[in-house]
Design a binder for this molecule. Structure first.
Ligand SMILES: [Zn+2]
Ligand SMILES: [Zn+2]
Length: 240
């Protein structure tokens, strides 16, 4: 399994792209779709044609700001139907909005508009914290986090290797102990200030040191963050 961080910044970062990841198993999973996706993929020599599986951890703009563009590109340029994986609670919020965006298609050589359904644009697969999803050779597990909107951490397991991403969350020892820990590669969000819906890096550093967790990497960071823990590098491929 391989990981390519496409962005490691938080919502307001100037230095970094908004956080998203490409995870290569038997498919290429894109975790979240922030702005400038095509430019970023181009910069890191990834062909957008190879990406047809997208996991949406929550609907804050820094995580799905380019979802519409991605879907438009797949529909009109590639004539492809990607698959979106998310929680029902999240899908229920985004579905009416994207249904409106894709409400019509052109027919009769451009003379007429015709009803279009969202099911023509993408397939939806529900992720459920109660039941891991086995998708081809990849197991996808999620666990809810504490954030301002419904959000989940996600763990991908393939060929006996596993990668877990905290997604946006407050500092939560239960999430670390019972979900993220034990993975071969852990990505955790962190910020340089105390914030009730994000993880203060000092608290995380202390916990990681005390509990001897040695495979944690930081992402979703603000521009001022410095840490004794390793920070993921945008555009670098990691073997998991
Ligand atoms: Zn975020
Ligand atoms: Zn968020």
């Amino acid at each position: 399994m391989r990981l390519l961080p496409l962005g490691i910044g938080n919502a307001f970062s100037i230095k970094y792209n908004n956080t998203s990841f490409l995870v290569e198993t038997d498919k290429k999973y894109l975790i979240d779709v922030p702005k400038n996706l095509r430019k970023t993929l181009d910069k890191y020599s990834v062909d957008i044609k190879d990406i047809n599986d997208v996991i949406i951890t929550h609907y804050h703009a820094d995580h799905l700001g380019d979802l519409e563009q991605f879907l438009q590109y797949k529909r009109w340029v590639e004539n492809e139907k990607p698959t979106i994986y998310t929680k029902q609670e999240i899908f229920d919020v985004i579905e009416p909005f994207y249904s409106k965006i894709f409400d019509n298609k052109v027919s009769d050589n451009g003379k007429r508009l015709e009803k279009q359904y969202l099911s023509e644009i993408f397939d939806y697969i529900e992720l459920n914290p109660e039941h891991p999803l086995l998708n081809g050779g990849t197991k996808i597990e999620i666990k809810d986090t504490f954030h301002t909107v419904p959000t989940f951490s996600v763990k991908l397991t393939y060929s006996k290797r596993s990668l877990a991403n905290s997604s946006d969350t407050n500092f939560n020892p239960d999430l670390l102990n019972n979900f993220l820990s034990g993975s071969d590669f852990i990505i955790h969000e962190a910020c340089s200030y105390e914030d009730p819906v994000h993880t203060y890096v000092k608290t995380l550093e202390e916990y990681v040191e005390k509990n001897k967790i040695n495979n944690i990497h930081l992402a979703h960071i603000d521009d001022n963050l410095e840490s004794s823990l390793p920070i993921l590098k945008e555009g670098k491929w990691y073997d998991v």
